[in-house]
Ligand binder design. Structure first.
Ligand code: CP
Ligand code: NVA
Length: 309
């Protein structure tokens, strides 16, 4: 929580497990109510500022619609068009935006800037992706897993590929939601120390390996992400290192029968995942994309403390 008791949504490792569970349950409930044609407007009169310093399709559309469907409004801002792009500090930007809007969602690569924004904002701040983590994505992923496979606690998820922001939030989620996470990454791209320390300190059921087949063996869900994240340099070396970590039919065959495949998208077909898997019967990637909308609603309702959360 922020200094004045506001509920920020910055990292899954910063929010108690019980609260995260409430957000998931709230997301499921809001999704069911929407499907039933009920139109609650608990955020009427509230405005969310969306600040994008980097491109986005899913995060932008889902937050915008989530806010509107809950009765609120959004303001779309891009870093380059703001005085932020001309050197106004993130702290002053936080103070100013807090006078105008009721919450701020930001996508910015520099995680320290996100934290500084949150420290200086007097309204909830939501992490819409930094170089370090992508917590909103993994909330949608937990929701998607549970819709397809039942409770995630005690189950096994396998990650194969690059070490990035999405993986970090998966690691936090494994600890918070009590599932096993098997991570396969090339040695040269192995998870940073802070993430390993988190696993050690919390005794999360997370194992790191360089062997994708070992990671995927018997898993209930296989997931991966792009080999080149925003801010990474696209190099031949990166591609060569990651080639053995591609999710293809042979790798999926090692997972448990009925295992699902997830990907936060955008996918680079033919690189981290083949068409066969993306479009195959085990893929739930578009349910996962849709669930960004329902998960954002749960996150927004939680941040605003409404309805009665
Ligand atoms: N998965 C995800 O965050 O997608 P966008 O970059 O399109 O928002
Ligand atoms: N790891 C990717 C996720 C995009 C949603 C990136 O940071 O570019």
């Amino acid at each position: 929580r922020g200094s004045n008791g506001v509920r920020h949504f910055l990292d899954l490792s910063e929010i108690p497990a019980g609260e995260l569970r409430r957000v998931i349950d709230l997301s499921k409930d809001l999704k069911a109510r929407r499907r039933a044609g009920e139109a609650d407007r608990p955020l009427a009169g509230k405005t969310l500022a969306m600040v994008f310093d980097k491109p986005s399709t899913r995060t932008r559309v889902s937050f915008d619609l989530a806010m509107r469907q809950l009765g609120g409004e959004t303001l779309m801002l891009t870093g380059a068009e703001m005085q932020l792009g001309r050197g106004e500090s993130i702290a002053d930007t936080a103070r100013v935006l807090s006078r105008f809007v009721d919450a701020i969602m930001i996508r910015i690569l520099d995680h320290d800037l996100l934290m500084e924004l949150a420290r200086n904002a007097t309204v909830p701040v939501i992490n819409g992706l930094t170089r370090v983590s992508h917590p909103c994505q993994v909330m949608a992923d937990v929701l998607t897993f549970e819709e397809h496979k039942g409770a995630i606690a005690g189950r096994t998820v396998a990650w194969t590929g690059d070490t990035n922001n999405v993986l970090a939030s998966w690691v936090h989620a494994a600890q918070r939601f009590e599932f096993a996470l098997r991570v396969a990454t090339p040695k040269a791209l192995s998870p940073r120390q802070a993430l390993r320390d988190f696993v050690k300190k919390t005794r999360a059921d997370v194992t790191f390996t360089t062997d994708p087949e070992a990671a995927v063996e018997g898993a209930d869900c296989v997931t991966t992400d792009t080999w080149v994240s925003m801010g990474d340099k696209e190099t031949e070396k990166r591609h060569n290192l990651l080639k053995p970590y591609q999710v293809n039919r042979a790798l999926m065959a090692r997972a448990a029968p009925g295992a699902i495949f997830m990907h936060c998208l955008p996918a680079h077909r033919g690189e981290e995942v083949t068409d066969e898997v993306m479009d195959g019967p085990q893929s739930v990637v578009f349910d996962e994309a849709e669930n960004r909308l329902h998960a954002q609603k749960g996150i927004l309702a939680w941040c605003f403390g409404t309805p009665a959360v």
